[in-house]
Write a protein that binds this ligand. Structure first.
Ligand SMILES: [Zn+2]
Length: 374
């Protein structure tokens, strides 16, 4: 007797709300073991932020075909939409506009422009670029950057790191960030700011209060984002919930960092890292993104890590599981990484209908992405 293959299941299209896919496709993979801490210290000394450093432009011929190949890889992983979180050159947008004139793109693409690039352009130029993106592309917002990372201990903390006795780096204060945000927000640009340590999250929430005149309704309507929001004491979770600020979370960070939380933060603060279940309970809106190439692009691996604490898929297994506060019910995790308006993903099973440990068994059978406009 032959075993019949399971019927394909169509689910709301899988989305990646924070990736650097265009940058990797354009420039190649980042150099291994790059000195992140030294870079952060250099940027802080210069009074700048990492999103104001534009870095190299993509070179060589065939940029459009390299970008389309990157997007095709995303589609093969089951994605129907990606968000490029911090585009550092207009070359990428121009190449994709040309590519979509020839054929539909494999996934639709939302773009947040790096603060340094956005602020070099005139408002009129920014607005006209936003108006002329075509069916598969959206210029959504501008990305700012408040502190460093947890691994190199450069994220900005309210108390000393347990192991280094330092408090990390804050690249910008609330008043300066608010002054930069306000003119963009007034013209309808969405705002996303990288903040990992609790001092950085507090600073960004202060800046959002200033930028939207302490008006919770106005802030909630603009739905500004905090990218990563990794270390969150209870009062910051409550502030995010009250203001409608969106948390841009990474399904893989809590797994990758499982072994460094206690050395870096000590007890009991390590329980304040990646508190996704408390965010969900407080009603903070959440969008999940990989931060590719920092973490893997495969959305089902991320979903397994969010729902089960780890993926056992060959090639994606990790030494430690995520701490319990970083787990979400599969349906909540799935909602943070999918959008029915973006299309459909065809799977061998609905990940919301299986045990979390069985998400690893699900395979991608295909995708159908929907353009933003016909
Ligand atoms: Zn990122």
């Amino acid at each position: 007797m032959q075993q019949s293959a399971p019927a394909p299941v169509a689910v709301p299209g899988l989305t990646d709300h924070h990736a650097h896919l265009l940058e990797v496709a354009g420039l190649g993979p980042p150099p291994a073991g790059q000195a992140v801490r030294a870079f952060h210290e250099r940027v802080a000394r210069a009074g700048s932020t990492p999103m104001d450093v534009l870095g190299p432009r993509p070179t060589g011929s065939g940029l459009a075909s390299r970008l389309v190949a990157g997007l095709a890889r995303a589609a093969a992983a089951g994605l129907v939409e990606i968000t490029e979180m911090g585009m550092r050159g207009w070359d990428y947008l121009d190449a994709l506009i040309a590519a979509q004139a020839a054929a539909p793109l494999p996934v639709r693409v939302r773009i947040y422009v790096a603060s340094g690039l956005a602020e070099k352009a005139s408002q009129a130029d920014l607005d006209s670029r936003r108006a002329d993106c075509g069916p598969w592309l959206r210029l959504d917002g501008v990305k700012f950057y408040a502190d460093g990372w947890l691994g190199p201990r450069t994220c900005a903390m309210c108390q000393d790191f347990a192991d280094t006795g330092e408090r990390g780096l804050l690249f910008i204060d609330a008043a300066a960030l608010a002054r930069r945000i306000a003119p963009l927000a007034a013209r309808g640009w969405r705002i996303a700011t990288h903040a990992i340590g609790d001092r950085a999250v507090r600073t960004v929430l202060d800046a959002y209060d200033l930028a939207w005149d302490d008006d919770p309704a106005a802030t909630a309507a603009a739905a500004p984002r905090i990218e990563h929001a990794s270390v969150l004491p209870a009062d910051l979770i409550a502030r995010m919930a009250a203001s409608g600020v969106v948390a841009g979370i990474q399904p893989s960070f809590a797994v990758t960092d499982a072994g460094i939380l206690r050395p870096a933060l000590g007890l009991p603060r390590s329980a304040e890292a990646y508190p996704w279940s408390a965010l969900a309970a407080a009603g903070v809106p959440m969008l999940a993104g990989t931060d590719y190439p920092i973490e893997v692009l495969e959305p089902l691996v991320g979903l397994a890590r969010l729902a089960a604490g780890r993926s056992r898929r060959p090639g994606f297994a990790s030494p430690e599981a995520a701490p319990p506060q970083a787990l979400l019910p599969a349906a909540v995790a799935f909602a943070a990484m999918s959008d029915p308006a973006a299309g459909q993903t065809l799977l061998t099973a609905d990940p919301r209908a299986v045990a979390p440990d069985d998400i690893d068994e699900i395979e991608v059978l295909g995708t159908s992405a929907v353009p933003f406009s016909a």
